[in-house]
Design a protein around this ligand. Sequence first.
Ligand SMILES: [Zn+2]
Length: 313
Amino acid sequence: MKILTLLLALLTSLVVQAQEYEPVGVEVKAQKLTGDAYYIPGMSGAATKYEGFISNAGFVVTSDGVVVFDALGTPSLAHAMLGEIRKITQQPIKIVVMSHYHADHLYGLQVFKDEGAQVWAPKGTWDYLDSETAESLLDSRRNSLFPWVNDDTYLVKPDRIIDQDTKFSLGKHEFLINYFGKVHSDGDMSLLSVTDQTLYSGDIIFEGRIPFVGDADIIEWAKTLDRVRKTKVDYFVPGHGSASDQPTQTMDLTYRYLKFLLAKLGKAVEEMEQFEETYKAINWSEFENEAAFEEANRVNAYAVYLFLESIFD
Ligand SMILES: [Zn+2]
């Protein structure tokens, strides 16, 4: 009997060990917004800076479990986030609502999956998961974000695909998911805690830095922002940058930047100007002091130029 107990203890410790994650050096700290709504503010930087801690995540504590929004960029970060949640509640993690499937919001998912959470993701997620990029990017991050992203890190598949605006409730809390379609990524959506009047926007809004435009549909993105800007909420949590109780102000930089790119590059494409000359001729002074301008602006501008060209053809 004694041996059995010992064996059990050994087995339990092995299982616990298998779930251990490389500790993080960055400070992962939950901030209360209002009511039962919290967020984890990431730092402002390029993808592999700060141990990959460059995006925000959020969570809402209901009387019947926790709803998490996005999963951060490494399992280690998500594990640290789970520790922050556990300081506030022992309620089970029921649902993870994913704003979109991009590496910086995604690689922590397995931690919440292990907790028994259901993963809800926007339509378009499978386009990402089935793409070569998904695997090759994870492979490269196993180097650039080692040891926090490693061979044990894997891409978690969604349990439920959201393809339209969706209301749901958990405990006494009411929620609304807004599905935007292919906007910033292959599929984007936001989460509103109706009860807390707090909107988690995902990457349709970057605050305090130049957004990553990449393979976005900038026309749909700008249209989406026209719509989201009319939403009245108490707290607004962007995909990157600080949350605030001034939503219009938080949305301002992304909004101005996208409109600027559309206007300047739209005109260039229409007049069949070359990208090189166009880029040089544009006066970027309104944005050049913003964080990530050096890393992102030219790449963004070129991506938008190509996108608009493909539409005008
Ligand atoms: Zn992001």
